[in-house]
Design a protein around this ligand. Structure first.
Ligand SMILES: *[C@@H]1O[C@H](CO)[C@@H](O)[C@H](O)[C@H]1NC(C)=O
Ligand SMILES: *[C@@H]1O[C@H](CO)[C@@H](O)[C@H](O)[C@H]1NC(C)=O
Ligand SMILES: [Zn+2]
Ligand SMILES: [Zn+2]
Length: 446
């Protein structure tokens, strides 16, 4: 509903062009550098902190899988209603888009994902998942809580906003490509830039890590059916053995990265699934193999995809088997590499540095993991960073997707305040360099 209010401004905004101009962001004399510190102070307020923790624990108890985040989405809308923040719903099934500020440009997005994983939580604690076989093991419950925290900070300071902050609560990050669905639903229209974060269990709390350029790989999934001819295991000459063929296929796939890829261009192929046969003395008719492939550039990614098909069908044929390869069974779509915008990186260094001290803003080594935030970055400038959660005095945290994964809620004020500061200061620093008279002139010409 809030979205409709924005419509009259849209063509005015379009005159500014698709990319904002980067003004000098040295932030000393004009009070910009105070914003991150003020917001962090605000986010550490026990009332706001406890509220974020309460929301996170509630979501943690009731994890929902991609595009099924019905209760999570309802909880978000209830909180936005209480804060008086208008939103658009539904976007991409369960997604919610909130609006804070003037209703005019520039528009800056901040994003949280909402979905859980289909796995059983093994840790016993008061707010353990109540749904068997489902768990928030990637911290998306924390992401929602922190984005709502940011919403609260921004709404309290809405008089200071020189444009509009767009809150993205998106479904289905884990393999469902929820970000792509949001984009297809028009969520990025008029949005000039977008920021996102992910909790990191092995980085210290109070630190953030990121870099310009690629930080996460593009990722795809493949599945192949290798068909032979089943028969008695003691009379192999009457069968065509798909187990042996699949074994050779798997070995040959490993040569793609070791022999065909540039050693300085990181790539991965993993066969993670091998299903076939269930008797000691029967050669099965067919075998199913499946896995994932990763690369940091679209070119390498497409090259891998093509060679996976050639190697599977070719190597199966050597053993007289037929093979079909499907790239869309496990995940519906490929995730592009996560590539951070250089200009936004410089901007983030200033904002995060002003809040945490520049020694707490560290360089990130790229990882082969992938993140559907990359879909936004294919359309507009986007920036993604990791938010530290580790507190050494409390011991190490298990990794993401572990059944023992835990969130350190002490990180919440940092996440909420960073979201809010990156958004609020962006609106101040990236005002379009078009004078009002120019806008009016163009406007009249329409
Ligand atoms: C492979 O496909 C061809 C053509 O469809 C068929 O004639 C042959 O029997 C198949 N072989 C196996 C082992 O399934
Ligand atoms: C780490 O944990 C200890 C013990 O709970 C706490 O006193 C301290 O404030 C924590 N440090 C940070 C940076 O949150
Ligand atoms: Zn995950
Ligand atoms: Zn995640």
């Amino acid at each position: 509903m809030g979205y409709l209010k924005l419509v009259p401004f849209i063509f005015i905004l379009n005159l500014f062009g698709p990319t904002p101009t980067f003004s000098d962001s040295s932030s000393t004399s004009n009070g910009l550098s105070e914003i991150p510190k003020r917001f962090l102070q605000y986010a550490k307020n026990p009332e706001l902190f406890d509220w974020m923790v309460g929301i996170r624990r509630k979501i943690h108890e009731n994890p929902e899988l991609g595009f099924e985040e019905v209760e999570t989405s309802k909880l978000i809308r209830t909180e936005l209603d209480k804060m008086g923040i208008p939103y658009k719903y539904p976007v991409a099934v369960t997604g919610v888009i909130g609006f804070i500020g003037t209703g005019r440009g520039p528009f800056v997005g901040i994003r949280a994902d909402m979905d859980a994983l289909s796995m059983q939580e093994m840790l016993e604690w008061e707010h353990k998942s109540r749904i068997p076989g489902k768990m928030h093991a990637c911290g998306h419950d924390a992401h929602v809580a922190m984005l709502l925290g940011a919403a609260k900070i921004l709404q309290e300071h809405r008089e200071e906003l020189k444009g509009t902050v767009v809150l993205f609560f998106q479904p289905a990050e884990e393999g469902g490509g929820g970000a792509k669905e949001m984009i297809d639903a028009g969520a990025l229209e008029n949005v000039n830039a977008i920021f996102g974060l992910h909790v990191a269990p092995n980085l210290p709390v109070g630190e953030v890590h990121s870099r310009a350029g690629p930080i996460g790989a593009g990722s795809g999934f493949f599945e192949a059916v290798i068909s032979g001819k089943g028969g008695h295991a003691a009379i192999p000459q009457h069968s065509v053995d798909p187990i042996l063929a699949a074994s050779n296929v798997i070995v040959s796939l490993q040569h793609l990265v070791s022999r065909e890829a540039d050693p300085l261009d990181p790539q991965v192929i993993t066969v993670a699934k091998f299903q076939g046969g269930d008797a000691f003395n029967v050669i099965p008719d067919s075998v199913i193999i499946g896995g994932t492939f990763r690369a940091f550039s679209k070119r390498s990614f497409m090259q891998l995809q093509q060679r996976i098909v050639e190697v599977i069908t070719g190597q199966a044929a050597v053993q007289r088997c037929n093979a079909t390869v499907n790239f869309f069974t496990q995940a519906k779509i490929f995730y592009p590499p996560t590539i951070n915008h250089q200009g936004l990186h410089d901007y983030y260094l200033n904002v995060a540095g002003d809040m945490l001290g520049s020694h707490k803003v560290k360089d990130l080594k790229p990882v082969m993991g992938s993140e559907d935030f990359s879909f936004y970055q294919e359309v507009i400038p986007g920036y993604f960073f990791l938010l530290g959660m580790e507190n050494e005095t409390r011991g190490r945290l298990e990794s993401l997707h572990s059944p023992y994964f835990q969130v350190n809620e002490d990180a919440f004020p940092y996440g909420a305040a960073l979201h809010a500061s990156l958004a609020a200061r962006y609106l101040l620093e990236f005002q379009p360099e078009v004078s009002f008279s120019e806008v009016k002139k163009h406007h009249d010409e329409l």
